[in-house]
Ligand binder design. Structure first.
Ligand SMILES: [Fe+2]
Ligand SMILES: [Fe+2]
Length: 419
């Protein structure tokens, strides 16, 4: 070793580079500056060959020990087993390639604190705060500005969503119905469930679509949308199961109802889609689900609608919080939202809106029987429901920033389909 100025040594003993030996070499080199030299010793028969290849790949020049001698201590283990060779020493000079590789790296925002105002496409799928090597494929996310996707309440809402997941198999007592619902009331329940499934399917597709185009830097929003889609998947399941519980066919699906939902599916803007779906649609559905639960003729119907309403309250909370966040950051956005409601109203003007069978089913559910007095009671209960829906929409619109008169106008333009 005379004449070799070493900054460090590492002994691999009989460990080969094909079994992780390179980790010890890399660890030893990481403590050196470019140009400093490391002696690597070991008895693995392919040490020289494998180390030369590894060093070439990682930009570290190699010179074999000019003396050809192993340092003391290594020689003692040489030839100990058939799998080991004579002790060898290889001198590795630490190269600068590894430093250059990370020279243009940047942090994907910071792990602590709020997410970045704008997420770079170059950050790709990197974890928030990770050191991102330059040169990877750009992400191509459509939504990469914080104000256009964010709400400060998103992390708490995601935590609440994760803690509130329920199992349709056990959260509902499916044996409780027992065929005691009169046939005509059961038909009304089946029609309502059929309608709910259709709406839930739209409510599943929309967050899933927004999620697929969201920059994952806004992790909590991504997680929240994923749990929202999972919530809707459960709603589809339990409403389908209740619709088929009595063994008959599902009810009807109206063209007007589907036209209303199609306008939601076709809305390209993140915030506008969240506003139309969650603030106006799901906000209105909260009252609808509570109404059905209140007037349910059987326990299963009451349970499935109550469980769904609990989830919907979170979806509405995010929609309202996010829309309000953007409207505060960009005041003119209220105009964009207003136009979206007006545009949707015009598009649906020539459609029937709500499936007439759904309205009738709501009346019958609240009536509980076909006696004239009961039907009158049911009718007024549904009118009262519509008033509550309108009040709820106006309250949420006012929270977002619309003056009261404009909130009333926009609420009145909301689709007759409720969603
Ligand atoms: Fe739902
Ligand atoms: Fe929902």
């Amino acid at each position: 070793m005379d004449g070799v100025d070493l900054a460090g040594t590492v002994d691999l003993a009989d460990l080969g580079l094909d079994e992780g030996g390179h980790l010890l070499v890399a660890r030893a080199l990481s403590g050196l500056r470019p140009g400093q030299r490391l002696a690597v010793t070991g008895t693995h028969p392919a040490l020289r060959l494998h180390l030369a290849a590894w060093c070439r790949e990682h930009g570290h020049p190699v010179a074999e020990d000019p003396a050809g001698a192993a340092p003391a201590g290594v020689a003692a283990t040489a030839g100990a087993t058939a799998a080991t060779g004579p002790a060898a020493t290889v001198i590795v000079t630490r190269g600068a390639a590894g430093d250059q590789r990370w020279r243009d790296a940047e942090r994907a925002g910071t792990a602590a604190g709020p997410p970045a105002a704008r997420a770079s496409q170059a950050w790709g799928l990197a974890a928030r705060g990770a050191l991102v090597e330059a040169g990877g494929p750009p992400l191509g996310a459509r939504w990469s500005e914080r104000d256009h996707v964010w709400a400060d309440i998103a992390p708490q809402l995601y935590a609440a969503a994760a803690a509130s997941q329920w199992d349709p198999a056990t959260a509902v007592d499916w044996t409780a119905q027992g065929g005691r619902v009169p046939a005509e009331i059961e038909d009304a329940v089946v029609q309502l469930m059929t309608y709910l499934v259709e709406n839930e399917q739209a409510a599943l597709i929309i967050p899933a679509r927004l999620l697929s185009q969201l920059h994952p830097h806004y992790r909590e929003v991504m997680q929240l949308l994923a749990s929202q889609a999972a919530d809707e998947a459960r709603h589809v399941e339990v409403f389908t199961r209740r619709a088929l519980l009595s063994g008959g066919e599902p009810g009807t699906s109206s063209a007007g109802g589907r036209a209303s939902l199609q306008t939601l599916l076709d809305e390209p803007d993140f915030t506008t889609a969240a506003f139309l779906l969650s603030v106006l649609g799901e906000g209105t559905f909260l009252d609808l689900l509570r109404f059905i639960a209140e007037h349910a003729p059987d326990q299963v119907t009451a349970e499935v609608t109550s469980l769904a309403a609990r989830d919907e309250a979170r979806h509405v909370a995010f929609g309202v919080a996010h829309t309000a966040h953007l409207a505060r950051a960009e005041r003119h956005y209220l105009g964009t939202l207003r136009q979206a409601v007006e545009r949707r109203h015009s598009a649906l003007l020539d459609t029937a809106g709500l499936n007439a069978g759904v309205f009738d089913a709501l009346v019958l559910l609240a009536a509980g029987s076909w006696s004239p007095e009961a039907v009158r009671r049911g009718w007024h209960a549904v009118r009262a429901l519509q008033s509550r829906m309108d009040e709820g929409r106006r309250r949420r619109l006012a929270y977002i920033g619309f003056p009261d008169d404009e909130a009333a106008e926009l609420s009145a333009l909301h689709t007759r389909n409720f969603m």
